[in-house]
Ligand binder design. Structure first.
Ligand code: 5CA
Length: 159
């Protein structure tokens, strides 16, 4: 299906609807991975928000994870009460409306239950994808929690 509105415009509209005064920035170089995004933006990898889609049973859930962390699927399983697996590229596009590398934390066809890596909360500002592998936006972690109605949790794989 053809999208009428560009991915960054959809994210911008969702931000505005949520009452966030965030500006999406377009970069000439890649923000596809957390490492690339950090280098491109000029911030730390920890301040990059990875938007990772998982299936808890058959239900999509969004995990927003600091770029330095790996998500512990057992922790997500405990939080959701279901068996958790990483969504494939098609499932990501179906549930979020965006392609991997540009998946934002909001702006989905339908809201997704969201869990937020507690480690993100330590920063003044974090950067999340805005629909493509060259668009990102800055936001305070507190605002990120508010607009996603996310649950802050210990999600990282440790040890
Ligand atoms: N724009 C950057 C940072 S803002 C970004 O989107 N990073 S990300 O981490 O949220 O998105 C990349 C993630 O997509 C990878 O960490 C990986 O978990 C996931 N991914 C990459 N390839 C695949 C694939 N083929 N199937 C499922 N997930 C994938």
């Amino acid at each position: 299906m053809e999208q009428q509105v560009s991915p960054p415009a959809r994210v911008q509209a969702a931000l505005i609807a949520a009452g966030v005064d965030a500006r999406i920035e377009e970069f000439p170089s890649s923000t596809r991975t957390a490492q690339e995004a950090a280098a491109t933006v000029g911030t730390s990898v920890g301040q990059i928000v990875k938007s990772l889609l998982f299936l808890a049973g058959d239900s999509p859930v969004m995990a927003l994870v600091s770029g330095v962390n790996r998500l512990d699927t057992q922790r997500l399983a405990a939080l959701t009460g279901a068996t958790v697996g990483k969504a494939d590229a098609d499932a990501v596009r179906d549930a979020t409306g965006y392609a991997i590398g540009g998946v934002p934390p909001i702006g989905f066809p339908a809201p997704l239950p969201t869990f937020i890596d507690r480690d993100l909360m330590q920063y003044d500002v974090v950067w999340a994808a805005a629909g493509t592998p060259r668009h990102v936006f800055p936001i305070t972690p507190k605002e990120l929690v508010r607009i996603t109605r996310g649950s802050v949790a210990d999600l990282k794989l440790s040890g």
